[in-house]
Design a protein around this ligand. Sequence first.
Ligand SMILES: CC(C)(COP(=O)(O)OP(=O)(O)OC[C@H]1O[C@@H](n2cnc3c(N)ncnc32)[C@H](O)[C@@H]1OP(=O)(O)O)[C@@H](O)C(=O)NCCC(=O)NCCS
Length: 260
Amino acid sequence: MGAKRTRSISGETYDTPLSHRAFCHIADIADCKLAPRFRGRTQAARGGRREITRRYAGVTAVILTDRLKLRDWRDSDSDALVALNADPEVSRDLGGPLDRAASDAKLDRYMATFVELGFCRWLVEDLDQQFLGYAGVMPSRSGHPLGRHFDIGWRLVRAAWGRGYATEAAKASLRDVFERMHLTKVLAYTSANNFRSQAVIKRLNMQRAASLDYSAPVGKGTWRGLVWIARPSDGLVNQTCADSLLLEKTLPVPPRSTPI
Ligand SMILES: CC(C)(COP(=O)(O)OP(=O)(O)OC[C@H]1O[C@@H](n2cnc3c(N)ncnc32)[C@H](O)[C@@H]1OP(=O)(O)O)[C@@H](O)C(=O)NCCC(=O)NCCS
């Protein structure tokens, strides 16, 4: 184990080995309340076709990397996400800018996914809590051309490009789903001309899966996706990680046999 340094989260300090890239901490928040908008959605889902389990309700999650903090979302993050999604340059490859309603629908989906599965596209901020964007793994939407799967995605505010933040956040979120949630495969897709996104995928050492390339309607056009696959064996998860052990003690972890 390497040298130690102290990291501080929410006033609590922890020693973490310098050799570990990500430091993860999950805290139980006994009195955490679901936001009204989210509560409504969960109740609606309960009466609908699919029961949403709320295994992670009342739990908050933080993954710390060298320069970043990945955390679950709060209702108060709405404005930051709206601004990110409204930027034409940031949203160029994703069907163009989103209005507040569409952005809030995404926020609802991220929050609902976290409460159900314990991970999502995490909010990414710097260690001074400056909002940078999001990165992380989500389950596919129903009716996706590739069927049921998990995919990793990222979107950062323009000022945060070119600093390695997307790759750093994506690595930490992939390690988390492989180590803690025992996922065995995560897809990434991007368009042929999104060279920045492809560069992130390559830095993550994901494997190209051309046979899975697909097209889907986005906005008024058609989006053509090139597909890559990440697996635990790709080198991101090659050591037992003390920070993940800390995380497993405090957050419900599904047994390995649970298909998620
Ligand atoms: C895709 C996106 C997240 C990539 O962001 P990014 O900052 O280019 O990606 P990375 O975090 O990997 O940063 C790599 C760059 O940081 C530089 N860098 C600077 N300091 C660094 C450091 N300490 N460590 C690593 N890289 C560093 C690298 O040299 C590289 O620069 P380059 O692009 O000039 O070669 C960003 O362009 C984005 O938000 N795009 C809009 C949304 C989008 O298209 N999402 C994907 C849809 S499929």
